[in-house]
Write a protein that binds this ligand. Structure first.
Ligand SMILES: Cc1cc2nc3c(=O)[nH]c(=O)nc-3n(C[C@H](O)[C@H](O)[C@H](O)COP(=O)(O)OP(=O)(O)OC[C@H]3O[C@@H](n4cnc5c(N)ncnc54)[C@H](O)[C@@H]3O)c2cc1C
Length: 396
């Protein structure tokens, strides 16, 4: 007989891990299939800016206190290279201690896995999904675990594989736009302290972000792929000088850089995000440009809302059309809003058109002077397009 789980989560990264945790004590059987087998060699150089709302969700999942000292972002400084105008978004204006927090991808990923180790969920490692098939009442998931072919049936297949699954999802289409850009990430140090300010600087090459991370900064430098390759290959002093030339003097000179890596940037999203017995979430549902650090925050809200929907559904109806439709409708605005927000920022302001450059400068000046508009943008960054419904997932 084939093994069965009420819910199978394909991909145990940050979003799949969060979904599993939210379902852990809900009385449903949950199996996570994670392709990685050996976590000791893992090193993802990304730092993630978590929104204030993401912090609240991670706290409810019992993960927040496992993270060693996330770095608070108290202000976000937005500017345009070669243009007038700047805008400062401030947590104090909303009466909150921080607009968000910075943690390393690996640190968050490990904390989620450790929280899951307490039981309640089967987390299989070295388990790569190879094929999925669905029928009206169930899905069949084929996977290879340490070279052995295995199968599971499930009421609901939640795909949180980061969009890397090879097989298409019948009934759901993919929209893809290549930005023709890469993001160079690296930890860097500067002469002047960051004072918990995150910098978002729009340049003709693309946006450049410097996030406060411990005593140093986490850099995300968007540029053409060829330039990214050269930046990664440069000797450290040349790289630091190039960064100073590109970012300017706000943090003084840059004094050190850690390992550099480049990520190709595409906008990729599935429509609809549900299909027969299947739901896509996190990067599998939408992979965004990293400008304004929205991707994981949105994926975490996907996981939270999906868990709430599953736990509010009688066991026999999990994965059925009605449940999937409620989930799809509930996530539509947040997903579409985040795609529009990041895509507009990335495309409109990643060029040297003088009209757009001055337009952005004027826009930033106007935003700086308009308190309600500033609060709107700050809340958008903290909580997403429509905020999250802060209901805790509860069992039926
Ligand atoms: C340069 C850069 C900077 C970013 N900065 C931010 C930021 O500041 N804030 C923010 O919110 N977001 C940010 N993001 C986006 C963020 O990294 C992603 O949104 C987030 O990692 C998505 O998580 P996920 O779990 O959906 O996918 P992933 O992180 O890709 O994880 C997918 C998991 O699925 C597993 N998997 C893949 N295929 C299979 C398979 N066939 N079978 C089983 N398992 C499989 C993988 O091993 C992995 O563990 C950034 C992205 C980039 C590129």
């Amino acid at each position: 007989m084939m093994d069965h789980a009420d819910i199978v989560i394909a991909g145990g990264g940050p979003v799949g891990g969060a979904l599993a945790l939210a379902l852990k004590d809900g009385g449903r059987s949950v199996t996570v299939l994670e392709a990685r087998g050996d976590f000791s060699r893992q090193r993802d150089p990304r730092a993630l800016a978590l929104s204030y709302g993401a912090m609240l969700i991670l706290r409810r999942l019992g993960v927040w206190d496992r993270l060693p000292a996330p770095t608070p972002i108290v202000d976000i400084h937005v500017s345009r290279k070669g243009g007038l105008g700047r805008c400062l978004l401030s947590a104090a204006a909303d009466g909150l201690p921080a607009l968000g927090y910075v943690v390393d991808y690996d640190v968050l990923d490990r904390a989620l896995r450790e929280a899951l180790a307490g039981g309640g969920v089967h987390y299989l490692t070295g388990a790569a999904v190879t094929r999925t098939r669905t029928a009206s009442g169930y899905a069949v998931v084929d996977f290879l675990q340490h070279g052995a072919a295995r199968q599971l049936t499930t009421r609901l297949l939640a795909r949180a594989d980061g969009g890397r699954g090879d097989d298409a999802v019948p009934g759901s289409g993919q929209q893809v736009r290549d930005y023709g850009q890469s993001a160079v990430v690296a930890p860097v140090r500067s002469e002047l302290p960051h004072r918990n300010v995150a910098y978002e600087r729009f340049t003709g090459e693309g946006p450049l972000a410097l996030l406060p991370s411990g005593d140093g900064l986490a850099l995300v430098w968007t540029c053409a792929p060829e330039r990214a390759r050269r930046l990664c290959a440069m000797a450290e002093p040349d790289f630091l000088a190039a960064l100073h030339g590109h970012f300017g003097d706000r943090l003084g000179r840059f004094t050190a850089a850690g390992p550099r890596a480049a990520f190709p940037l595409v906008l990729k999203y599935a429509r609809p995000v549900v299909a027969q017995r299947t739901v896509l979430l996190g990067n599998a549902a939408q992979t965004l440009h990293p400008v304004a650090g929205q991707g994981f925050n949105l994926g975490l809200r996907d996981a939270w809302e999906l868990a709430a929907e599953i736990l509010a559904t009688p066991p026999g109806e999990i994965g059925g059309r009605a449940m999937l439709e409620r989930y799809r409708a509930g996530r539509r605005l947040d997903s579409a809003g985040s795609i529009l927000f990041t895509d507009t920022l990335a495309r409109l302001f990643s060029n040297d058109d003088p009209i757009l450059r001055h337009g952005l400068g004027l826009g930033l000046m106007a935003l700086e002077g308009l308190l309600p508009a500033k609060r709107f943008v700050a809340r958008r960054m903290m909580f997403g397009a429509r905020g999250c419904r802060w209901r805790a997932p509860t069992s039926m």
